[in-house]
Design a protein around this ligand. Sequence first.
Ligand code: DC
Length: 215
Amino acid sequence: MLTDKLPVITIDGPAGSGKSSVGKAISRLLGFSYCDTGAEYRAVGVICNQRGVDLEDPLACAEIAAEFAAGFSINKPGGILYEGIDLSELIRTSEAGMGASLVGRHQPVREILVAHQRTFALEGCCVIEGRDAGTVICPEAIVKIFITARPEVRAARRRETPAEAIARRDRIDQSRTASPLMIAPDAIEIDSSDLGIDEIANHVHSLYKERMYPR
Ligand code: DC
């Protein structure tokens, strides 16, 4: 290795941009572990709702996040197991997406989840996917990707979520003061609208090899 960057690939972007599919494909291609940070925010939102915690209350949500961070495990890429219960399906509803966006506004919640995600990043050889992976979780990643797609393509990919709900989530994620969704200065922007998942994954794989092992 001829670089002081970390052997980590970060993938950020809005809902429906294709980042999960691409992230999973890259992790398979390189044999890297995979961290879906959105799944963690989703799980915290779902647990808050189950326990009647107000999603507007930063400290109450942070208490749940702390309990969650201490006890959850990942049973498959993008899946979550907590207190012996598989939350993987429950966290994929559009309500869970909105709940995640709401709890993700709170800095105390972010600090707890980011601490765990950063520990994961420091182990290296991983793909981290989210909104702040390249800006906050792992600014030292050797490859940072920011994936976008045209609005109609994103809406078609999230058929179960009304277009207004996606737009509302975008507004919350981009305008919050705590780590808003933004492109890192050294990220490569990819519009996935007309590209195949494997095509993007192969491109990112090549970039990774070039940067890790420059000639
Ligand atoms: O990637 P996703 O759609 O599963 O994310 C759900 C929500 O979680 C997203 O709208 C905002 C929040 N989130 C976040 O605030 N920070 C992250 N790193 C990942 C997700």
